[in-house]
Design a binder for this molecule. Structure first.
Ligand SMILES: N[C@@H](CCC(=O)N[C@@H](CS)C(=O)NCC(=O)O)C(=O)O
Length: 207
C-alpha cells in the first residue's frame, strides 16, 4: 500500500489509521506548496488534485473518510469499525458529522483567511463559519459526556478523524469553550501510534 501525503493535511487521518493498524505501507510526499498535486502524474491518480490518496494494488482511493473506512474493513481483526450494523452506522454517522458539520466550516475559515487570494476572501463568512462550527461542536461535546470514545467502548477510525478535526479547530481557537473536547482529542493524540499534531506537521514543512 502507498499513501500520498503532505504534512498537516487530511492525509494525517490515513497515516493515523495505518499506524494504528500496524501494517506496512510506503509513503510519498506530494508537496502541495510546490504545486506537485497538479502534476500530470498525480492528476492521473486523483483528477481533483487533492490529498490524501491511497493506492492498494489496483485500487486507487481518494477521500480521507472513504480511505479510513476501507482500511478498517480490510483489517476487521483490528476492530477499528464496529461489526454490529447499528454501532457501525453510528461510527459512519460521526465520520460524516466530522467531515460535513465540523470540517466544512473549518475549511471555509482556512479558505477565507489564508488559502484564497486576498481579493476573493469574504471576512463575513469567517464569522458565520465560526458560529456554525461552535453549534455543531456543542452537539459532539454533549455526546461525549461520560464517554471515552465516540462510539461504544473501543477506539476506532471515527475517533481518529474527529481528533484530527478537533486539533484543526483548536489551532484556530475554536475549542476554548469545550474543555471536554480538548481532553478527548489530546488523549487520542497521546496514543503510541498517533501521528504528528497539526502544528508540528506545519513546522516540519517550514523547516
Ligand atoms: N474531502 C477530501 C478533501 C481533500 C482536500 O481538500 N485535501 C487538501 C489538503 S487537506 C488538498 O489536497 N488540497 C489541494 C488543493 O486544493 O489544491 C478528503 O477528505 O480527502
Amino acid at each position: 500500500m502507498k499513501l500520498y501525503e503532505f504534512g498537516p493535511t487530511r492525509s494525517i487521518r490515513v497515516r493515523w489509521t495505518l499506524q494504528e493498524l500496524g501494517v506496512p505501507f510506503d509513503a510519498e510526499v506530494v508537496n502541495l506548496v510546490a504545486g506537485e498535486a497538479q502534476s500530470p502524474a498525480f492528476l492521473k491518480l486523483n483528477p481533483a488534485g487533492k490529498l490524501p490518496v491511497l493506492v492498494d494494488g489496483e485500487l486507487v482511493l481518494t477521500e480521507s473518510v472513504a480511505i479510513v473506512v476501507y482500511l478498517a474493513d480490510k483489517y476487521p481483526e483490528k476492530h477499528l469499525l464496529p461489526a454490529e450494523p447499528g454501532q457501525r452506522a453510528q461510527a459512519c454517522k460521526w465520520l460524516l458529522f466530522a467531515a460535513t458539520e465540523l470540517e466544512q466550516p473549518l475549511w471555509r475559515i482556512a479558505k477565507h483567511t489564508v488559502i484564497y487570494p486576498e481579493d476573493k476572501r469574504l471576512p463575513a463568512d469567517i464569522d458565520l463559519a465560526r458560529e456554525e462550527f461552535t453549534a455543531m461542536a456543542r452537539v459532539l461535546d454533549a455526546h461525549m459526556d461520560g464517554r471515552d470514545y465516540v462510539v461504544g467502548d473501543k477506539v476506532g477510525v471515527a475517533d481518529f478523524v474527529l481528533a484530527y478535526t478537533l486539533d484543526w479547530a483548536n489551532e484556530v481557537g475554536l475549542l476554548e469553550e469545550f474543555p471536554r473536547l480538548r481532553r478527548y482529542f489530546e488523549r487520542m493524540y497521546q496514543r503510541p501510534q498517533a501521528p504528528m499534531r497539526i502544528a508540528a506537521a506545519f513546522a516540519s514543512i517550514r523547516a
